[in-house]
Design a protein around this ligand. Structure first.
Ligand code: DGJ
Length: 707
């Protein structure tokens, strides 16, 4: 069969794929204003001396049989046989922006289906389905999606983290060998968010070629960026299988999770903007397109201390502050007085709620708010009625002790009776009560996850999806939040089935600036829970002004994580003010183009949103630590319309005092701050505007209105 080339294109990205005799991605980069298939001949490689006598392509399945030598895209065998498949394309179909390839290795008895699509946003989606077409199980050790990136991608950015410190970016120079991250924790994890960004040297928010890759999967995973000894490089992403975990019987198919990839020739902002647009157009769905309501979540306000009368008072106070959705967190179910007991016993605690939940829900609704509730279905405390009745329902390998985490173990959702029990209890909760919202938590990692003596991490993740999917089908108007000790389960796999993430248990505004910025590389603000916490942050014991807390929570889905009833008048006024500011701007924030601004002084963090029609923009400047210089650099405002003029207004600021009036950083404010000024978009983008000298841990908000 002759060599055939397929082109997938969007306004910003092109992908050129050779389809025969085997599939190979020849180009993934900036949109080509002109291209003909014969152009690819310029990329035909020489054969270097001292190696194989033939060219070794990095094929779509990265088979070692082509002489790859690097990390393969497929590893497995049939009792030791059929262990090195090489696929040949047998069928290829292109529809608009998508390509389906069918290939097979008749010697190994395997068939492969590859689905590749490039969305108008510029996001490339790829997955493979491997089918065993011969008798005898084919043991799958690895099945990955491989994506070549250009040789100039010399640096890799990834995210590390831990509980209360999620989404911390770090970078490595990658000139040889590989960079690998793995989660073996049974969830996407705080520690190893399933994404990699490869980029040209020194890539930044505004500059450089970047290639982002995110695996939409909430379980164990492996992400890799590999440099071959000939200098070519590729990214690889896969669900990670434990020993013996995955085998395909005859006729069975295993699909990889979707890999979502975004190339930008304009730095990280371009990459993120494509991801955000893709999610908004194709993934995120809010019932009735409802604006994201202001939350109050009870956790840091009352913890396990539930009294209906007090909660109703909290609800009244919350409504008076502008809260639109009131969520009762952990502590409402039978025997749940601390975190040592009761997970699994999904019955109302009638000692705490002698009249049931209904009066509380009615009260919340009478205040004009929606009602939400917390659950953690996948878990079981050894001190629970459920465990006493069904100790065999724990996800474990027989005869090995399981270490508890937060005093809890994991329920084996692969046991039909356990799955059905949870489905019945959750259906009772959502069916018998007028509940609009569920905060679904998951606070323990999977250790030696086993079912019938075999590893079962992958199966557990699939059952979690099935449980959530079934509940969503039964209760289509209920919104779900994904939480796992804060940000332990944040990925596109779960985003296809939920409406919001809880990024972190850390509500310290300083820490949140970093966490939310890290998360923003892949997620838009409307799915990022961002709550104003107590003045004394519970996670760090730092204290922050209400202005710093409020402005930090503004660029997400805002809420309060506190008890409004015992807050002083000044604090309450602050909550009211920022809830109102959020409502005023949420439409722009949740639909506009998001920008992170490169600042020469890393102690200053700037982000903003420009409305799609470029008529309005909102930028916040957060001073995270003592500035390196005595003056802040001018802010060059990205994303505006060059030919338009904008009215610039200081919308919100801390209590700035000049020297002589009690302050110590400035004798005189920048001139524009003392009034409203009209400036050209081109000037704002190229020359910028002076910033005030801010105290550490404070922020200002600047608005731009087209005139
Ligand atoms: C962990 C979550 O991250 C918190 O927000 C809270 O819901 C607690 N669990 C409740 O136990």
């Amino acid at each position: 069969m002759e060599t055939t080339c397929v082109r997938l294109q969007s306004a910003t990205v092109d992908v050129i794929i050779k389809t025969h005799p085997f599939a190979e991605i020849l180009y993934w980069g900036a949109h080509l204003s002109d291209f003909s298939p014969q152009d690819v001949a310029t990329l035909e490689r020489p054969v270097a001396n001292g190696k194989l006598d033939v060219d070794a392509p990095v094929t779509l399945m990265a088979e070692p049989g082509h002489g790859l030598f690097g990390s393969p895209g497929i590893e497995g065998h049939r009792s030791g046989l059929d262990g090195s498949p090489v696929f040949t394309t047998v069928h290829c179909e292109q529809h608009d922006g998508s390509l389906t390839l069918l290939s097979e290795d008749t010697r190994a008895g395997l068939r492969l289906q590859s689905e590749i699509s490039l969305d108008a946003s510029g996001v490339l989606k790829i997955r493979h389905g491997l089918t065993n077409v011969r008798a005898g199980a084919w043991q799958v050790d690895r099945l990955a999606v491989t994506l070549p990136v250009a040789e100039r991608a010399q640096e890799v950015m990834a995210f590390h983290g831990r509980w209360t410190r999620e989404f911390q970016p770090h970078r490595v120079a990658l000139t040889h060998d590989s960079f690998v991250l793995e989660s073996r924790r049974g969830r996407s994890s705080h520690e190893h968010f399933p994404a990699l960004i490869a980029g040209s040297t020194g890539f930044s928010e505004m500059q450089g070629d970047v290639w982002g890759a995110h695996l939409g999967w909430s379980g164990n995973h492996r992400m890799r960026c590999e440099v071959k000894t000939d200098g070519r490089r590729y990214m690889q992403a896969e669900a990670l299988y434990l020993p013996g975990e995955m085998a395909l019987g005859e006729g069975e198919t295993l699909w990889t999770p979707w890999l979502y990839a975004s190339h930008s020739a304009n730095g990280l902002n371009g990459m993120s903007q494509q991801y955000h647009r893709f999610l908004r157009e194709l993934v995120i769905r809010f019932p009735e397109n409802k604006p994201r309501p202001v939350h109050l979540n009870t956790w840091e306000g009352i913890y396990f201390n539930h009294s209906p009368a007090y909660i109703m008072q909290m609800a009244e106070d919350a409504a008076a502050l502008g809260v639109e959705r009131f969520i009762i967190d952990d502590g409402w179910f039978k025997g749940r007085n601390d975190d040592r007991a009761a997970l699994g016993d999904w019955y109302l605690d009638t000692q705490k709620y002698p009249d049931g939940l209904k009066p509380v829900i009615d009260h919340v609704k009478n205040q004009g708010m929606e009602f939400g509730i917390w659950v953690e279905p996948e878990m079981i405390n050894p001190n629970s009625d459920l465990y006493r009745a069904h100790p065999e329902w724990v996800l474990a390998l027989p005869d090995y002790p399981q270490a508890t985490g937060r005093h809890q173990l994991v329920l084996n959702l692969n046991i039909p009776a356990a799955f059905d029990y949870l489905l019945e209890r959750m259906s009772w909760l959502l069916g018998e009560h007028d509940i609009d919202y569920v905060k679904w938590d998951m606070n323990r990692e999977l250790v030696q996850p086993g079912h019938n003596g075999k590893a079962a991490a992958d199966a557990q993740t699939r059952q979690y999806y099935r449980l959530l999917d079934t509940l969503r089908t039964r209760f289509p108007d209920v919104e779900f939040e994904s939480c796992a000790s804060g940000g332990g389960r944040i990925d596109y796999g779960v985003l296809t089935r939920c409406h919001r993430f809880w990024p972190s248990d850390n509500n310290d505004a300083l820490e949140r600036n970093a966490i939310q910025r890290g998360m923003s590389y892949f997620f838009p603000p409307e799915v990022m829970g961002a709550h104003i916490g107590n003045r004394h942050c519970h996670a760090t014991f730092r204290q922050h002004s209400i202005a710093f807390r409020g402005l930090t929570a503004l660029f997400g889905h805002m809420g309060l994580e506190l008890d409004p009833t015992n807050a002083d008048a000044g604090e309450r006024e602050g909550y009211r003010h920022y809830a109102a500011l959020y409502k005023q701007w949420r439409e722009v924030i949740h639909s506009g183009t998001q920008w992170r601004v490169d600042m020469p002084d890393a102690t200053t963090q700037v982000q903003g949103v420009v409305s799609q029609d470029k008529r309005q923009a909102l930028f916040s400047v957060s001073q995270l630590a003592m500035p390196d210089y005595s003056l802040m650099p001018p802010l060059r405002v990205p994303g505006l319309e060059a030919s338009a003029r904008y009215r610039t207004t200081l919308l919100d600021h801390p209590n700035i005092q000049l020297t002589g009036e009690g302050g110590h950083t400035m004798r005189k404010l920048p001139a524009w701050m003392t009034g409203t000024q009209t400036v050209s978009g081109a000037w704002l983008m190229q020359a910028g505007m002076s910033l005030p000298v801010l105290d550490p841990e404070s922020a200002i908000l600047i608005g731009f209105e087209r005139v």
